[in-house]
Design a protein around this ligand. Sequence first.
Ligand SMILES: *Cc1c(COP(=O)(O)O)cnc(C)c1O
Length: 410
Amino acid sequence: MCDGAGLAELAEEHGTPLYVYSAEQIVYRYGLFEAATWNSMGERRHTVCYSVKANSSLAILKLLGDRGAGFDIVSGGELARVRKVCKPALKRVVFSGVGKQAWEIDAALKAGILIFNVESEAELALLGERAAKLGAKARFALRVNPDVFAETHPYISTGMSEHKFGIEIGLARAIYRRAAKNKSLNAAGVSVHIGSQIRSVEPFRAAMERVTGLIAELRGDGHRIRYVDAGGGLGIDYSDAAFDPAAEVARYAAAIGPVLGDTGLHLLLEPGRFIVAQAGGLLTRVLYVKKNGAKTFVVTDAGMNDLIRPSLYQGHHEILPVTLRSGAETTVDVVGPVCESADFFARDRVMGAVKPGELVIVLDAGAYGMSMSSNYNSRTRPAEVLVKGKKARVVRRRETVKELMGMESV
Ligand SMILES: *Cc1c(COP(=O)(O)O)cnc(C)c1O
C-alpha cells in the first residue's frame, strides 16, 4: 500500500514503471521543519525553502507552496514551475547555482524573489548590472564555502575548498565591501550548503559557526545582514533500519539553532531529499528472471533512466516484492532493460523470491528519482501518481514515443 491506495491496483490502472508519492508524508516532513525550534529566543523567524531539484513535480510544488513553503531553485526552469503553481511563493524563492544566466537573473528579479545566493564575484557583477537595467535592487547572499568536510558520496559533497560551489569564506568580507558601493545590490544575507545526504549534524553546526562568525564581522563593517541560509543536505536512512524523521529534524535544529543565538537572523532552510525521498517509491514489474553463471538477475521494466541513484552514487534502495509470498529468500541482482552494465538497482541483494509478471517497489525513490530521469534508450519516462488517503491522482502522465520524437527533424 501507499497510504490507502493498493500498489497492485495502481500498477494495473496506470501501468509501470510508475512513481507513487504520498501527499501526507510530504506535508508531514515539511511540517517538521516548519514547526521545529530554530532559535533559543523561541521566535518563529525561519522560512523552509523546499529544494525544487529533489522532485520538481508541479503537484508537489503546489502542495508545499499552498502551505507556505518557499523554494530553493537552481534555474529559470524551476522558477517557471514555482510561478505556474503558486505565485505568492515567488517572494519566498531563493536562487542558488554556480552558472546563472542573464535571462534567469532577469526573470527572478522581475518575479521579486527573496534572495540570490551568489556563487562568484563575476556573478555578483552581472546581478548588479541586470538589476540596474531593470531599475531593481537585488537582495543577495554570498554562498560561502566554509571548507567543512561532510561525510557523504563525493559527487554530493560541496563544502570543501576544492569544490566548484560557493566563494572561499576568507574572501567574502572584501566582496561585500566592494558590493556596498553598488546601489543596485543589497547585501541581505550569507548562505552555505555543504552537500547532500549528510547524516551527522556536526558538519552543519561547524558550517553555521563559520557563517555566523562571518556575519558578525560583516555587521561590524556596517552591512545589514538579515538572513542566514543553512542550505539543505539533511540525509535520510536508505536502509531498512528504523528511522524517526521527527527526531532527526529535532537533532538538526538542536545543532544549528544555538549557533544562531540572539543574532536575530532570519533562518532560511533548503531541505529537498528529507522531505520527498521517503514519500515516494518506484513501482516496477519483473519482466524476466535469468541466470548467468552463478548470478541470478531480476530484470525489471524500470531502468537507470528512471532512477539513476544506484548507478551514479552507488545509492542503496530497499526493494520489496509487492505481494509477499512464502518461500526462500534468494540473492539476486535487480537490473533494468537499459544497455549499460551500470543499469542496476541492487547487486547481490537478498530478497523474497519474485517471478516474471510480479511487481516490486523500489523504496525511498521520491527524491532525485524522476527529477534526474532521462529518455536514454528512447524510453518514455514513468508516469507519476500522488496519493491522498485512498485516492491516487495522475500528476504526470506517461510520455509517448511519438512525443519523444516530436522536437526532431530529419
Ligand atoms: C541540492 C541542493 C539542496 C537540497 O539538498 P538535499 O540534500 O536534497 O536536501 C539545497 N540547496 C542547494 C543549494 C542545493 O544545491
